[in-house]
Design a protein around this ligand. Sequence first.
Ligand code: MN
Length: 228
Amino acid sequence: MSYLIDPPAVPTLPVRGTDARFPVHRIYCVGRNYADHAVEMGHDPDAEPPFFFMKPADAVLESGATFPYPSLSSDVQHEVELVLALGKGGRDIPLGDAEGCIVAAGVGIDMTRRDLQGEAKKMGRPWDSGKGFDHGAPCSELVPVAEPGELGSGSILLTVNGETRQQGDLNQMIWKIPEIISRLSELFTLAPGDLIYTGTPAGVGPVTRGDQIRAEIDGLAALEVSVG
Ligand code: MN
């Protein structure tokens, strides 16, 4: 078997404690999974449940890298999120089996061209250019998870140039981790290699060139990105 062109490289992330890397298959994201963020975006979390969207796998950006400020936007914003890395997948995964799919977790930033996303919302168009752009999914090293239940709570924090912008707790998620995986598997066949960005707490805001962003989740990892 040969390829017509060189096959594209598999995007990967480092894993704590091993030289083996995690190959990324798909990136799923949960929208408005924290009530205080839904409210800051002008929505009523009681009336509108969370939902899903996707980013391309090669949007991942490693900790320590420079995030190149993207073109055609003047309002690029940070959204700090818990990232789940799946070692198992499936369809219609029952709630009770969902956490068993998680092999590792990290802290990520769902970078958003808010101006392009806002325009898309207004026009009823897809969000891809606002959410699915190059390098739009920074993620820390992944930490192997032995007890997925412990991911249900813990401090989540993002600072820009040392100033706290987002601070919340994973226990504020509207859809909890088992529910996210189970619902997502009703829409898509989940697979080993999938990443799930689980939504952001309040405090999202713009970044500018030269900013140093630091994101962390208690007991997991830290992510450092500079904006170039
Ligand atoms: Mn998000």
